[in-house]
Ligand binder design. Structure first.
Ligand SMILES: Nc1ncnc2c1ncn2[C@@H]1O[C@H](COP(=O)(O)OP(=O)(O)O)[C@@H](O)[C@H]1O
Ligand SMILES: [Mg+2]
Length: 247
């Protein structure tokens, strides 16, 4: 299977002199087409930092990032913008929809930024609104939607321009468990239909069994955990959330 996203020897430090904090020590990772990974780790362990580098939003201190086999040039702002607009879709904790645009227009603007033709945008908006059951909401404004509905729009927006990589940073943190689980299931289903690489950061270990790969980060080091029968079959209860097996 094609490697869509590759990290080679990625490190990241913040600060300078005596105050340097090395957040990522050395990350080597390959993500192949259609693969869904979850990234877990304690607060402050570098999850958002890693996701921001994968998303070409933040330059690593060292190492190389390849998107569809092309090395990303972090010093060239215009090519970075181009890679983000063409190849990447993002979902954040809050949907971050544009408040003055309808749902329809929030989606269309992404297609225009990516250089899609208007007929292609219209067809794509329609298809995603259908798939995410958002047709009845298309003429509404973000403030008229619930948190779960807004995240469904955020999924449609992240996929609109057919990105090969979709990154989500704690997309369910603002939602209750049932709504959050539905959002993650929809995100997984839609990313699989699109054959996109998906990387989701979450605090919620109950989500782990849903993913193909589990990446765990602590003290600047990334470790891959195998999905075991135990993780696949266990939906952690509220009480053992802090200490799930193997974490
Ligand atoms: N822009 C920044 N400048 C300085 N330190 C930062 C910056 N962003 C993050 N950090 C530090 O890097 C560490 C990892 O942060 P982050 O990637 O946000 O972790 P997580 O998403 O796992 O909570 C933290 O100690 C944080 O304080
Ligand atoms: Mg974070």
């Amino acid at each position: 299977m094609k490697n869509v996203l590759v990290c080679r020897g990625i490190t990241k430090s913040y600060g300078s002199g005596d105050l340097v904090e090395q957040v990522l020590k050395r990350v080597d990772l390959e993500f192949s087409q259609g693969q869904a990974s979850v990234l877990v780790g304690p607060s402050g362990s570098g999850k958002t930092t890693l996701l921001s580098i994968l998303g070409c939003l933040l330059a690593p201190s060292n190492g190389e990032l390849l998107v569809e086999n092309n090395p990303v040039n972090f010093s060239d702002k215009s090519s970075l913008t181009e890679v983000r607009r063409q190849k990447l879709g993002f979902i954040f904790q809050q949907a971050q929809l544009l408040p003055f645009l309808t749902i329809d227009d929030n989606l269309s603007v992404i297609g225009r930024n990516a250089g899609m033709t208007q007929p292609d945008i219209d067809q794509r908006v329609n298809k995603l609104l259908d798939r995410l059951q958002l047709q009845p909401l298309r003429h509404k404004y973000p403030s008229q939607l619930s948190g779960g509905q807004r995240q469904r729009v955020a999924i449609a927006r992240a996929l609109l321009h057919r990105p090969s990589i979709v990154l989500a940073d704690e997309p369910t943190a603002a939602l209750d468990w049932n709504t959050g689980k539905t959002v993650v299931e929809l995100l997984l289903e839609q990313a699989r239909i699109e054959n996109a690489v998906l990387v989701v950061v979450t605090h919620d270990t109950r989500m782990l069994p849903l993913f193909d790969r589990i990446l765990s980060i602590a003290d600047g080091l990334l470790v891959e955990r195998q999905q075991t029968a135990a993780t696949e079959n266990t939906f952690y209860t509220e009480t053992n959330l802090d200490h799930p097996p193997g974490f």
